[in-house]
Write a protein that binds this ligand. Structure first.
Ligand code: GUN
Length: 299
């Protein structure tokens, strides 16, 4: 029997733990966890994501601040806002929603966030801590951290002897995912668009993680029987069967056929997606504990 991971349920359990941790911090120190989310421009998908982040922060009992800036905002104006948020003692996490409009130097903005408030885990200090195996000192990018919760709930904390293949090498996902798997003792291969015979590389994986942005690219014969398959893709494709002009979301994995081969698989939607926001809340409460000089909870 194949296990289909219920991402909503796992995310809800993380959120419960975040609420408990946040309340305990307030009781012990009087500190209320605070998150600032910044969005620039009019992209409707980004607005939807940001609203759910702000709303979830409120649900967790955090101080939740949202800055919604117009498309014409300048680099200097956004940089000044980040400096103000960096200095604000009531805020423990800062997230600038990406992508920023084209006229921005996004990297300069991301790197200007204080590393200890970088709840996206994108600052080079946090990327460097992860790369050197310092998992308890920095903040880990939310989507890989969420995918790793699934891996650990399936295989335990120690992945010794297991082969993991990550398809995709982005800074936002592929690289940090590979480093998390490596830190847990997996034997890790990072595959990408230039990899030769991707199917056979994937077939060697006990843990296969797909983050390429190509709808249903991973087929059943790419999956080792009994593997754990984590699908990080979110692709909108035409769904004429639902009516003219309709669409649906699919992952990077051809779910129905791969589910017949895998032992454990995540669906899209409802797999990794809900975990990203949950891990953002987890990172924010971790940042608040550290600022208060307390040992941070683990999620
Ligand atoms: N846009 C899409 N995903 C993310 C994310 O994880 N963080 C930020 N800042 N922007 C995003």
């Amino acid at each position: 029997m194949t296990t289909v991971i219920d991402g909503k349920q796992v995310a809800a359990s993380v959120i419960d733990a975040v609420k408990t941790a946040s309340q305990a911090l307030t009781e012990q120190t009087g500190v209320k966890t605070g998150l600032a989310v910044v969005i620039v421009g009019n992209d409707p998908a980004s607005h939807a994501y940001v609203s759910s982040k702000s709303k979830m922060a409120k649900e967790c009992g955090f101080t939740s601040v949202q800055h919604t800036l117009p498309e014409e905002t300048t680099q200097a104006e956004l940089a000044a806002l980040v400096q103000t948020l960096n200095k604000d003692e009531s805020l423990h996490g800062i997230l600038v929603q990406l992508p920023l409009p084209k006229h921005f130097n996004s990297e300069a903005i991301i790197q200007s966030i204080l590393p200890e408030k970088d709840v996206d885990g994108l600052h080079v200090v946090n990327a460097g801590k992860l790369a050197t195996g310092d998992l308890d000192g920095g903040l880990v990018s939310c989507t890989p951290a969420g995918a790793m919760v699934f891996v650990k709930r399936t295989h335990g904390e120690d992945l010794s002897g297991l082969n993991a293949v990550v398809i995709g090498r982005s800074n936002l996902f592929g690289k940090p995912m590979a480093q998390l798997l490596l830190a847990a003792n997996a034997t890790v291969t990072v595959a990408h668009s230039r990899t030769k015979d991707l199917a056979s590389v994937c077939r060697s994986a006990d843990i296969l993680v797909a983050a390429v942005g190509r709808p249903e690219m991973v087929k059943a014969d790419w999956v080792k029987p009994g593997a754990t398959v984590i699908d990080v893709g979110i692709n909108r494709i035409a769904a004429p069967e639902k009516g003219e002009g309709k669409s649906r979301l699919v992952g990077d994995v051809a779910f129905d056929e791969c589910a017949k081969v895998a032992a454990v698989i995540t669906p899209v939607p409802g797999g990794v997606g809900p975990m990203t926001i949950a891990m953002l809340m987890a990172n924010t409460v971790i940042a608040a504990y550290r600022k208060a000089g307390k040992a941070a909870p683990k999620f």
